[in-house]
Design a protein around this ligand. Structure first.
Ligand code: KG4
Ligand code: ZN
Length: 334
C-alpha cells in the first residue's frame, strides 16, 4: 500500500499544498499573492499575513482534490528553508500542528533540493546528472548523485538569475515580477541587437550584478540621447538581456558537464519557465547528445508537489524530524 503524504510550501509568496500517493501527485494547489505587485517586490510582512489567510483553504482544497480523507495521510512534509522566515513559519507551524493532531511523522524539506527532485514527478533522470537550478533567490550547478545526495559545483557570487531578470525588467519600467514579461517580449525581439557585458568568473560560479549595471549604464546613455529609446526598443532590449543571461548560465553548465563526464542535464527553479533558456538548453543537449530534462511549467515555479515528491523519498529513507524543528532562512543544500 502506497503512503499518502501532505506537503506544504510557503517559503516566499506562494502558499501551496500537495498530496502524493507513493510518487504520484494527486493534487497540487497554489495560491499566489497579488499584494506585492504594487511594491515592486515581495514584502515579507505582507507575505506571511497572506500565507496565514491562504494556508487552511489551500490545504483543504488539496485534500478534497486528491479525493482522500485527512485520516489517510501518513506524514506531513514541509519546506523548512531557505526562504523568508515569517513565510516559512506559517507553513512549518501548520505542518507541525497537523502532524501533532493526527499523530503522524513530520518530514522537513530543503526548498532547493525539492526544485531538483521535481524532475522525478513525471520523469526519471539517471544518476549522476547535473542540475542547473535557477530561481529568484538561487543559481547553482548541482551534481545530483542520488535522491538525497547532491554536491554544489558552482553558484552565484551575487544576484540570482531570477533577480537579474527582475532587476533588468525594473530598469525597463516593467512591473514586478519582470522575468515572465521579459520572456514574452523577448520572443518578438533580436537577441543580438544590444551586447551586454558577460562576467569573467572562475570555475563554475556565476555573477549577475555586472549584467544589471551594464544594462543600467547602457539605458542611461541611450535615454539621454533619446527619451523614447526604451519604448522604441523594448522587444530587442528584452531579447538581448535574456540572451546574455541564458548564455552566461549555459556556458558554465556546458563546462561543468564536460569536466564531470555527465551525459544528463536538468533545469530547475522558477527561471526554468523561461522559453529562451528552455530552447537553448535543449540545443546544448542536442549538440553533445546529452539527455535534457525540463520540468512541466507547473513544477518550475514554487509549488508543493516538489515538496511532496521530496517528502516521498525522505519517507522511504526514514528521515523524520521532531516537533522542535524550526524554519531556517538560510539553508545550504549541502
Ligand atoms: O523558483 P521561484 O518560483 O521562486 C524562488 O524560489 O525564487 O522563482 C521565481 C523567479 C522570479 O525571479 C521570476 O521572475 C522568475 O523566476 N521567472 C522567470 C520566468 N518565470 C519566472 N524568469 C524569466 N522568464 C520566465 N518565464
Ligand atoms: Zn523556488
Amino acid at each position: 500500500m502506497s503512503t499518502i503524504i501532505l506537503a506544504i510550501e510557503s517559503s516566499c509568496d506562494d502558499t501551496s499544498a500537495a498530496v502524493c500517493k507513493g510518487a504520484k501527485i494527486l493534487a497540487n494547489i497554489t495560491a499566489s499573492q497579488q499584494v506585492h505587485e504594487k511594491w515592486g517586490g515581495v514584502v515579507p510582512e505582507l507575505a506571511s499575513r497572506a500565507h496565514q489567510q491562504n494556508i487552511v483553504p489551500v490545504v483543504d482544497l488539496a485534500i478534497k482534490t486528491a479525493g482522500i480523507s485527512p485520516d489517510e495521510i501518513s506524514a506531513v512534509a514541509f519546506t523548512r528553508g531557505p526562504g523568508l522566515i515569517g513565510s516559512l513559519l506559517v507553513g512549518v507551524s501548520f505542518a507541525k500542528a497537523f502532524a501533532l493532531a493526527k499523530n503522524i511523522p513530520l518530514i522537513e524539506v530543503n526548498h532547493i533540493q525539492a526544485h531538483i527532485l521535481a524532475h522525478f514527478i513525471d520523469q526519471q533522470p539517471s544518476f549522476p546528472f547535473l542540475c542547473l537550478t535557477v530561481s529568484g533567490g538561487h543559481t547553482q550547478i548541482v551534481l545530483v548523485k542520488d535522491f538525497l545526495q547532491m554536491e554544489i559545483l558552482g553558484e552565484t557570487l551575487d544576484d540570482a538569475a531570477g533577480e537579474a531578470f527582475d532587476k533588468s525588467a525594473k530598469l525597463l519600467g516593467l512591473p514586478y515580477p519582470g522575468g515572465p514579461l521579459v520572456d514574452k517580449l523577448a520572443a518578438l525581439g533580436n537577441p543580438l541587437k544590444f551586447p551586454f557585458a558577460e562576467p569573467q568568473i572562475a570555475n563554475y560560479d556565476f555573477s549577475f550584478s555586472g549584467v544589471k549595471t551594464s544594462v543600467l549604464y547602457f539605458l542611461q546613455k541611450e535615454v539621454r540621447k533619446n527619451p523614447d529609446f526604451i519604448a522604441q526598443n523594448i522587444n530587442d532590449l528584452c531579447a538581448s538581456i535574456q540572451y546574455t543571461i541564458v548564455t552566461i548560465l549555459l556556458k558554465k553548465l556546458e563546462l561543468a558537464a564536460l569536466h564531470h563526464g555527465v551525459k544528463e542535464i536538468a533545469l530547475a527553479g522558477g527561471v526554468s519557465a523561461n522559453s529562451g533558456l528552455r530552447s537553448s538548453f535543449q540545443t546544448l543537449a542536442d549538440k553533445h547528445h546529452w539527455q535534457a530534462y525540463v520540468p512541466a511549467f507547473e513544477y518550475c515555479t514554487d509549488n508543493a508537489a516538489m515538496i511532496a515528491i521530496t517528502g516521498h523519498y525522505k519517507y522511504l529513507a526514514h528521515q523524520f524530524v521532531g516537533q522542535d524543528t524550526e524554519p531556517i532562512a538560510r539553508y545550504p543544500l549541502s
